[in-house]
Design a protein around this ligand. Structure first.
Ligand code: 5CU
Length: 382
């Protein structure tokens, strides 16, 4: 039964304490509150550059646990592994970030531990990714303290982080003690974008948030993860479990080109123990790609890494089934809401239908991506 559950591992929340912080601010990131002409509260979220004037409407679906459960019920989602949405604590001074991380981790533990069980299965409906105070000037001791806190909170099974580390990115050697502690604690790291790439790349035409979200977010994840691989993090911490947002951005598509560029650069080549494509098979990715062809392709690239582990150049087709075992269903809720409140969310339906339609995935592979892989990765059976 547990192997048939639908588990959403890419689903966000702004916990009430975090939403209150956003309401207290007047610069991005913030929530702008005002009264409508008929006296109702109108709240708008401003977290990205160039938000539509006034910001995007936000409401209880961003912070209220009942709304999360209702959304799950509406879409047949049994379990969600919830994470704070971007930009996390990135904009805070170190001491405030440390205190708030500890408080929000406790809040999220409470949010999850008091959630109902899945019917007839000893698994709760909500688990979480904790937060680290990854900001410039934070001490290693503070970060280690927070890793320890999260590892002791029974319903938090991982950590979400952006791409900036403590200001110098995820290839910063100063993070080595943190990777070591996370690896030892067995926590899953969810790497998620927020900043995109230089907005000048988007030109002058007003395309709303299409380019930053569709391209900037995945490019950011691609760059951050590639830098992490090139710095040897996965050689030094081979048991570290990294989960990449949006099916790994463009890294699957570019990994052979990356490998070729490394081969032509003796300094970088000598730093790494393996061909770049090997590391793709050590990652986990969400299945938030919206199309069956993309999911099939990503699973091929992940499976292909075995060839580089074995050091063969046997180009027979990659075992797509094997690759599917590192892919996990996600929705990106509460972002991308439908225009009418009765509709099912397109972002959910499309990602779900895409899993069902991947050529070459067996029913067992699809069940794995829909939930079985998450149950194993996060060790969800209580
Ligand atoms: O629509 C958006 O702005 C976002 C965002 O900020 N974060 C995210 O995870 N998805 C969509």
């Amino acid at each position: 039964m547990a192997s048939k559950l639908l588990v959403d591992i890419h689903t966000h929340v702004y916990l009430p304490r975090y939403a209150a912080l956003l309401r207290s601010r007047s610069a991005v990131p913030f929530i702008r509150s005002s009264a409508t002409h008929d006296g109702k509260l109108d709240e708008r979220l401003l977290i990205l550059d160039h938000e539509p004037s006034g910001g995007r409407p936000v409401g209880p679906q961003y912070w209220d646990r009942e709304e999360k459960l209702k959304f799950m019920d509406k879409h047949g989602i049994d379990v969600s592994v919830v994470s704070t949405a971007n930009p996390w604590l990135d904009f805070l001074p170190a001491s405030q970030a440390h205190t708030l991380a500890a408080e929000l981790n406790e809040d999220l533990e409470e949010y999850c531990s008091t959630s109902p069980n899945v019917q007839d299965v000893p698994i709760r409906r909500l688990y979480g990714f904790g937060l680290l105070p990854l900001v410039p000037e934070i001490t290693t001791a503070s970060l280690l303290d927070t890793v320890k806190q999260v590892s002791k909170l029974p319903h938090l099974r991982g950590l979400i982080m952006g791409t900036r580390g403590v200001g110098k990115g995820l290839d910063d050697m100063a993070l080595d003690p943190i990777w070591a502690a996370i690896e030892a604690a067995g926590l899953v790291v969810f790497i998620h974008p927020h900043y995109g790439v230089d907005a000048k790349a988007w030109g002058d035409m007003d395309n709303g948030h299409v380019l930053p979200l569709a391209l900037g977010f995945p490019f950011e994840t691609t760059i951050a993860t590639t830098r992490l691989i090139l710095s040897g993090v996965l050689d030094r911490f081979p048991s570290l479990r990294l989960l990449l947002a949006h099916s790994g951005g463009t890294l699957p598509q570019l990994s052979s080109r990356l490998a070729s560029c490394i081969d032509h650069d003796p300094v970088v080549a000598s730093r790494l123990k393996h061909d770049a494509r090997y590391y793709l098979g050590k990652l986990y990715v969400d299945a938030v790609a919206y199309g069956p062809e993309e999911l099939g392709f990503v699973s091929d690239v992940i499976a292909r890494s075995g060839r580089y582990e074995a050091g063969t150049s046997d180009f027979k087709a990659a075992n797509r089934s094997l690759g599917s075992q590192r892919m996990l269903f996600g929705t990106d809720h509460p972002f991308f809401p439908p225009l009418s409140s009765t509709e099912k969310w397109k972002s959910v339906v499309e990602n779900s239908e895409a899993i069902d339609a991947v050529q070459g995935w067996s029913q067992a592979d699809k069940d794995g991506v829909r939930g079985g892989n998450a149950i194993s990765l996060f060790n969800l059976a209580e």
